[in-house]
Design a protein around this ligand. Structure first.
Ligand code: NI
Length: 191
């Protein structure tokens, strides 16, 4: 039996990391404790790390594509980067994947936006599905300090929907997401 470990290129990673850190520069999000602000690029690095952590377990896996998707996944939704920028720098497959991971703000509410994005993700290669799973895993590390129990419960429900819709893309990530959902909001670190 040949052991096939997916290869990924540090040069591909570095180029996408540079693009993401340039466009997300200055963005921060609320941390676990009162007043804590975390650089946005921390989230981006965590999503890429979650992808690489399962890469060796995934058959027929395009690791370079997945890494680019992970590093660029929020650039259309949260920065001034455009679809054309992504297509020029990384090609049409990456641009289409990031587009699918981007919520359409023309839809009336967050639930409709999520369902629409999930439906579009399901038309993309499974590496795109995996990045959505990895994204939610990292978002479930700890609730921000200012979230109440109701908000936490709603976020868990939404995560279950993501797991149900996309979990078949990766046994490893589905398992990890299920665990994160189960433990989310338990043992909160108080500020
Ligand atoms: Ni994200």
């Amino acid at each position: 039996m040949t052991l096939q470990i997916p290869r990924w290129s540090p040069d591909v990673y570095a180029k996408a990391w540079r693009f993401a850190s340039w466009f997300h520069a200055g963005q921060k999000y609320g941390g676990v404790t009162q007043g804590e602000q975390i650089e946005y690029i921390n989230h981006i690095g965590s999503v890429a790390m979650e992808i690489l952590a399962v890469a060796q377990l995934e058959p027929d896996f395009n690791a370079d594509f997945a890494v680019q998707m992970a590093l660029l996944h929020d650039t259309l939704e949260d920065t001034r980067a455009t679809f054309a920028d992504l297509e020029t720098e990384f090609g049409i497959a990456v641009a289409n994947g990031v587009q699918a991971l981007t919520k359409s703000t023309q839809l009336p509410d967050k639930r409709a936006q999520m369902l629409d994005s999930l439906a579009r993700i399901r038309l993309e290669p499974r590496e795109v599905w995996m990045v959505k799973l990895a994204d939610r895993i990292t978002n479930l590390y700890h609730p921000p300090f200012y979230w109440n129990a109701e908000k936490i419960a709603a976020y868990k429900l939404e995560a279950l929907l993501i797991l149900e819709q996309l979990g078949s893309a990766s046994t490893g990530l589905a398992h990890r997401l299920r665990e994160k959902i189960r433990n989310y909001g338990e043992n909160r670190i108080s500020g």
